[in-house]
Design a protein around this ligand. Structure first.
Ligand code: ATP
Ligand code: MG
Length: 362
């Protein structure tokens, strides 16, 4: 069986460190591993419109921002198909048929949908499109017959819902769909990177993000104002590393060689943590180290972005070509799905013959 990746992001803002450790970095590694037959990376504009219906301009503007972020982290259009969701209308048609296989109560129980409804204060005014977006996400994944979906932990309920749809479809209509597997980050700090304010998830919508495109000055300001241990007031106080965002980011980003390069008085992150827990290590010193660690990773990304920013028509061309490739693949799956559902009235000779016999046609 072919190994196929599908994943993507909503164009609701620029991409940030949460996206980077939760999914982007992994995608680039998988892309360059050469182990996958096909890789599809989708800018989910139609999904972004489900909770931004009154702000299509925001979605429109952010398509190119997300594409620039993709290219800047090293996604390579020669190896991965970068495309825009709405440019593949077959995805909408698949969603429509899958919707019959999912109950309202099942959607209501989806924990990610639940918490996102709460976060957006939708309460009694949930747009139908938003409520049903897990179904459209299942269409996105299955349209490409994806076997692997590299995403952050918040996407786990979406993948479970998708697997249920695949099972249901295959058992009712016959094996036409491929069951995907989620690929979560191996480093537990990356499963759900917290925001700079210490809140559970770094998110575009919560204003607690460090963006890949932030310049060095912005990066420094954001790290210096990051949430740490509120009880660690004097340098001599013992500090807590659990729930301390600066240490969580070091868990996510620092490598053993960073200590040698930037903080040689410590051999490892464990040593640094031990000193902080004992007392005698100030937040500023740890934050300055984190800035260096992040800057080392982000500077080349920023540079590559600057180059692509000078070639906007080239970026749109990549998305246009990618969308054409993606549409051809999705069209084949849609044809398989409709054939399995027996929605193929005009090219089913047996059906026409059956009807002819029923009415005694010669
Ligand atoms: P929005 O608020 O518009 O939903 P978002 O910041 O949640 O935006 P998405 O586009 O929904 O971003 O998510 C894209 C991908 O990034 C998904 O794979 C998701 O799991 C991952 N991701 C987003 N935020 C984080 C985070 N803080 N930590 C780890 N992974 C994340
Ligand atoms: Mg999200």
């Amino acid at each position: 069986m072919e190994k196929i990746i599908l994943t993507g992001d909503r164009p609701t803002g620029r991409l940030h460190l949460g996206h980077y450790v939760g999914s982007l970095k992994r995608r680039v590694e998988l892309q360059n591993s050469g182990e996958y037959d096909k890789i599809f990376i989708m800018i989910a504009d139609a999904q972004a419109l489900t909770d931004n219906a009154d702000n299509p301009e925001k979605v429109r503007q952010n398509i190119v921002e997300v594409a620039l972020d993709y290219l800047s982290v090293g996604l390579d259009p020669a190896k991965s198909t970068l495309f825009i969701q709405s440019m593949v209308p077959e995805l909408t048609e698949l969603t429509f048929y899958y919707a019959n296989l999912v109950t309202v109560s099942r959607l209501q129980r989806n924990p990610t949908v639940k918490s996102e409804i709460q976060m957006r204060n939708f309460e009694t005014s949930i747009p139908v499109g938003f409520f049903t977006y897990p179904i459209s996400q299942a269409a996105d994944i299955t349209a490409f017959k994806a076997t692997t979906v590299p995403v952050g932990e918040d996407q786990m309920p979406m993948l479970e819902q998708c697997q249920e749809i695949v099972h249901k479809f295959n058992s009712v209509y016959g094996e036409a769909l491929v069951e995907p597997k989620i690929l979560l980050p191996e480093n537990s700090a990356c499963l759900r990177l917290p925001g700079t304010d210490g809140k559970a998830k770094m998110s575009k919508s919560l204003g607690n993000a460090i963006y890949l495109a932030d310049d060095e000055k912005e990066l420094k300001t954001k790290v210096m104002s990051m949430y740490t241990d509120p009880n660690h007031i004097n340098v001599s106080d013992p500090g807590q590393v659990e729930g301390n965002t600066v240490f969580t980011y070091l868990d996510a980003f620092s490598k053993p060689e960073d200590f040698e390069e930037f903080l040689p008085e410590y051999k490892s992150l464990d040593e640094l943590k031990d000193h902080y827990k004992r007392g005698g290590l100030g937040d500023v010193k740890v934050k300055k180290f984190l800035i260096k660690v992040l800057e080392k990773e982000l500077a080349p990304i920023r540079e590559r972005r600057k180059q692509w920013e000078q070639n906007i028509p080239g970026v749109y061309e990549i998305l246009k070509k990618g969308s054409e490739v993606a549409e051809a693949v999705a069209a084949q799956t849609l044809a398989d799905v409709k054939a399995a559902m027996k929605i193929n009235y005009f090219d089913d000779g047996a059906l026409i013959k059956e009807q002819m016999e029923k009415y005694g046609n010669k």
